[in-house]
Design a protein around this ligand. Structure first.
Ligand SMILES: [Ca+2]
Length: 552
């Protein structure tokens, strides 16, 4: 570039500096455009992809200018293509890789959600980032994503799992295949490899982030896993168990009105324990102490245990709450020896919104009007475990399918916390969960972190993992709809060596005036100092222990 400027200067002694700069920019843009368009039709051989495929093809490479209508990502090259399966009947893994002209030498892979099946474009914000902040692509990251190797209409449509390679791609393999193709494209475009490679995602995307760390540690330097669905087998079999409890009879279903009654009782008992009644239960331990099953029964049981309206719970409904509030045990181990799935946070403030369904009778083919637990149960028991599309998910008996269940678990779960290889290479991980996540349950991530601490010891775990439990946050939404800069914190840690401490989250629910809270490193939580602006993070301290016992 310096040479080009000198040439321009020599040829054009009368030109001013601005003209030279403009000519240089034009030369750079021309070069970027040429390098982008040269990727069109590129065939990537199977030998440059670290898992079995039939190679990959770039279907289109389009040069996007900063000034193009609707583009807020700056100038970049948008590459679309497919990774071909070994089995000719299995679909391609469709991918998108975005190569910015002003590259920051980093590559960021983004995860999907549910059963995937929609192309993750990498054009938008990183999972749970503040919406008004620049996207990773605009910051100079190469961004990438895939459809995981199948297309669905959304939800938990699991037809793709009937094909073994398609299922294995979704289960794990697409992560590395897409990574390797993107790395090849980066090398072609820039003539260099990324200095750092990251993965970020929430829910299934968080699961994919943990897959990256555990199964492909050589490929990634940094991971952000939000509320990861890492143990899908146990999660969905627990969902099936709880859906059976919920729909056992018309008397055991909990209507949205009844759920509001439960939440009102829980918030009445627990909201103020953290120093401020703000619709957020920040002292989970304090809440667990005061809002037990017995306390709920004493407060809400209908006279004689018979349903007399929305303001009380029948004995059948109380038994459903009890099932939700108790860990599920499968009765035999799956991958990494796990056999249980923790309780739901129904007595900690999880509101469930309409997640328990709109009617007491679920549909044969679930829609988003049905209970989340039922949708998950149907998807996994029908398409993945039994592969019997006539199955009634509520009659499924896990004990009769033990062999297939353990096989499935090995294909798609990321249960092991032995991240030795990731740690040894210097990898860093940020792990988050919302305290009122009703789609998975915060305790699933808490368990992962606590098993990890048991495996490595606290001092070693602190060198490569940070865990944040965010009060009032649910599953990418919630009463405190937390948004924060996890990617920035990760990059400072990986590249700059500075480990994250307390972060800050902003609530983007419009009615909450952009209120802010500290994101405390687990197990600490934000306690109101007793004075100061309730919408300012500085009015809260990260504390450990149980406020209920502290105030006694
Ligand atoms: Ca509170």
């Amino acid at each position: 570039m310096k040479q080009a400027a000198t040439v321009v200067l020599l040829l054009c002694l009368a030109c001013d500096i601005d003209t030279i700069a403009a000519q240089n920019a034009a030369t750079t843009a021309d070069s970027a455009r040429q390098k982008c368009l040269a990727l069109n039709g590129l065939n990537i051989s199977s030998s440059s992809i670290g898992l079995p495929t039939n190679g990959a093809t770039v279907v289109s490479a389009a040069f996007v200018q900063a000034s193009d209508a609707g583009n807020t990502n700056g100038e970049f090259c948008k590459v679309l293509g497919g990774i071909h399966a070994v089995d000719p009947t299995a679909p391609d893994i469709k991918f998108e890789v975005n190569l910015p002209t002003r590259w920051n030498n980093r590559m960021l892979q983004m995860g999907g959600g549910g059963f995937d099946g929609t192309l993750v474009t990498g054009l938008g914000g990183a999972s749970n980032q503040i919406p008004t902040s620049p996207t990773p692509l605009a910051l100079g990251y190469v961004t990438l994503g895939s459809d995981s190797g199948h297309e669905t209409a959304g939800g938990f449509d699991g037809r793709f799992a009937l094909n073994a390679e398609s299922f294995a791609n979704f289960g794990r393999l697409q992560i590395k295949k897409t990574h390797d193709v993107a790395t090849t494209l980066v090398q072609k475009r820039y003539g260099a490899s990324p200095r750092h490679s990251y993965f970020i995602g929430g829910s299934q995307g968080g699961h994919e982030a943990l897959i990256a760390a555990f199964f492909y540690p050589a490929d990634y330097d940094g991971i952000v896993a939000h509320y990861p669905a890492y143990d899908l087998t146990l999660m969905h079999l627990a969902a099936q168990y709880r859906a059976r409890a919920l729909f056992r009879s018309p008397d055991t279903w909990i209507s949205p009105d009844k759920m509001k009654t439960i939440a009102t009782a829980v918030y009445g008992a627990c909201d103020g324990l953290d120093g401020i009644t703000d619709g957020i239960i920040s002292s989970v331990a304090g809440c667990n102490r005061v809002m037990t099953m017995d306390a709920l029964r004493a407060k809400l049981r209908c006279p004689d245990g018979r349903d007399t309206g929305a303001t009380c719970l029948s004995d059948g409904q109380l038994s459903t709450v009890d099932t939700f509030n108790t860990a599920f045990s499968l009765g035999f181990p799956v991958s990494a020896g796990l056999s249980t799935f923790p309780k739901l946070a129904i007595l900690d403030g999880a509101t469930f919104l309409n997640a328990l369904g709109r009617t007491a009778t679920p549909s044969k083919w679930p829609t988003n009007q049905d209970a989340t637990q039922y949708q998950e149960a149907a998807g996994t028991t029908r398409y993945v475990i039994t592969r019997d599309l006539t199955l009634d998910p509520l009659t499924f008996d896990a004990g009769k399918w033990a062999t297939r269940i353990t096989e499935v678990s090995e294909i798609w779960d990321a249960n092991s916390v032995d991240l030795s290889q990731f740690m040894s290479k210097g990898g860093k991980m940020i792990l988050t969960v919302g305290s009122i996540d009703h789609t998975i349950t915060p305790y699933n991530t808490v368990n992962y972190y606590e098993r990890l601490v048991t495996r490595f010891g606290q001092a070693v775990a602190d060198t490569f993992v940070r865990f944040y439990r965010i009060p009032g946050f649910a599953h990418g939404n919630g009463l405190f709809n937390a948004k924060f800069d996890a990617l920035g914190a990760l990059d400072v840690w990986v590249d700059g060596g500075r480990a994250p401490g307390t972060l800050e989250a902003v609530d983007i629910n419009p009615e909450n005036h952009q209120r802010r809270r500290p994101m405390c490193v687990y197990p600490s939580w934000p306690q109101y100092k007793g004075s100061g602006d309730v919408n300012a993070a500085s009015s809260f301290s990260c504390v450990t222990g149980d406020a209920a016992s502290q105030t006694k």
